[in-house]
Write a protein that binds this ligand. Sequence first.
Ligand code: ADP
Ligand code: MG
Length: 399
Amino acid sequence: MQAKKFTDLVVAGAVRGKRVFIRADLNVPLAADGTVADDTRIRASLPAIRLAREGGAALVMVTSHLGRPKEGEPKPEDTLAPVGKRLEALLGVPVRLVTQWVDGVSGNADEVLLLENCRLNIGEKKNSPELAQKIAKLADIFVHDAFGTAHRAEATTYGVFEYAPVACAGPLLVEEVEAIERVIANPPRPLIAIVAGSKVSTKLTILQNLAEKVDTLIVGGGILNTFLLAAGKPVGKSLIEPDLVGEARAVMEKLARRGAAVPLPEDVVVAPEFKADAPATVKAIDAVGPDDMILDVGPTFAEAIARRIENTSGAVVWNGPLGVFEFDAFAKGTERLARAIAASPAFTLAGGGDTIAAIEKFGIASKVSYISTGGGAFLEMLEGKQLPAIEILARRAQS
Ligand code: ADP
Ligand code: MG
């Protein structure tokens, strides 16, 4: 990653006595009682804050967005207050919430300032230069550590880094980007990608980009149905996207030209309707009838791809469940895949909202080499896009 790194600045002693501003991603889900329901993102943001303190910063400021508030119209549910409580407990340092901060803040080295939901500031979303310039006056060093919003060019995720006296990448951002680059840019071979989940339309660019890079592309979920249709197989009343059949075929042809492949299942799990308690039947692919819905890959196919993953020493990237894993009767394919990823000696990378839910459901989190915390940003990197955060930090590293 071509960026100045905050860790290097700390090691060089360049943070001592400086005011540090960290753009983190503390956008966590809240429970009905307003407390933090899942603190994964808060914990992932701790290293940058700790580094700033250990580096002798005179003042540490942290901000994040939370939800999608209306700029200039704060509502009770928009406050970072519950995040501040959890952050304080995890850090063991007083965390003080500052509501009005754009025009200036004061504090000391014995506390961490949590600057209220940055999406409440007018001009945040549109990356207003006036707002970014004002914020850029608040500190000496600006740290981008918000991988989850690295694909958005907003005032605190982009603009401020244009005007900041020093702009650098935080440890989480570096770790995330490097883990994904390791698979996308120069992967250990063979590279196996599993792109599954509900729709081809949401992942078409990923399929097209990975088709140029992977040795094997495994498709599953609703995406698989459209590929099956493209291969002339019966899909009954499964979720399909008929207008993307041509695109699916193009992806398969692109891989074939490179001597790679999209293995299609010889068996699938079908049901008469999309319901948790619908009877699940394993059928050979050619036996799928007009009233069947394909809701999972079959056991023979799941076993074959699992073996392949368990026996590869290259890299595996996984996005999307192979079936309707929320319903136990249709979760077996995804579970077998998850277990194979856990057992594989390869570098394994996973990401995506439902993929992480599946990883949690099957309890394999500690056995995946890297799990990305950034949904949209992770997917955009798989699409081969340059993230705005990476672009601006690289540009600032030159000047
Ligand atoms: P991610 O969030 O990991 O990127 P997606 O959002 O693309 O994944 O897809 C996840 C959803 O796809 C799950 O809710 C799952 O139930 C659904 N799904 C998987 N297989 C099928 C299928 N065969 N038919 C319909 N929906 C499916
Ligand atoms: Mg999803």
